[in-house]
Write a protein of this length. Structure first.
Length: 149
């Protein structure tokens, strides 16, 4: 009767597979954070453009200095927010790179165990085949001895 193949490192392989899936989810979260940072910067740029458009005067329109100063203060605040946004985007990009590297490592470790399992299964199958051939040869020899006796 053929012995079934049992990979002793199967629990470790399953753990590595779970770690790889978790690394994929972490990368997805990091990419989402990066997209949100970019969207925030785009919104700030749109606010800046809208502020500049609002400050444009039509011909013959009187300039309101209080409104102009308020717009100037708002632009300074927007500039600070944009600087913070770029810093946040840089941090998000660093996070994406780190989680991508972690995913690569987790995938490599999982793949190593999958390949080891495949090699061991192949070795087991070859050993099983050799064992069966040896048993068939022994049976043939015994049958031959009985027939010749």
């Amino acid at each position: 009767m053929a012995a079934r193949f049992h990979f002793r490192l199967e629990p470790l392989r399953k753990l590595r597979e779970a770690l790889e899936r978790e690394a994929e989810r972490a990368l997805a979260r990091a990419l989402q954070g990066e997209r949100e940072a970019r969207a925030h910067l785009d919104a700030l740029a749109a606010q800046r453009t809208a502020t500049f458009e609002a400050r444009r005067l039509a011909s013959g329109q009187v300039l309101d200095l209080e409104l102009w100063r308020a717009g100037e203060r708002f632009l300074v605040v927007l500039e600070r927010r944009e600087i913070q946004g770029y810093e946040g985007l840089r941090a998000a990009s660093v996070q994406v790179a780190a989680t991508r590297e972690a995913l690569t490592l987790a995938h490599r470790e999982h793949l190593m165990l999958v390949r080891l399992k495949e090699r061991r299964a192949l070795q087991h199958a070859l050993e099983q085949q050799r064992r069966e051939i040896r048993e068939m040869d022994e049976l043939a020899v015994l049958r031959h001895h009985r027939q010749s006796a």
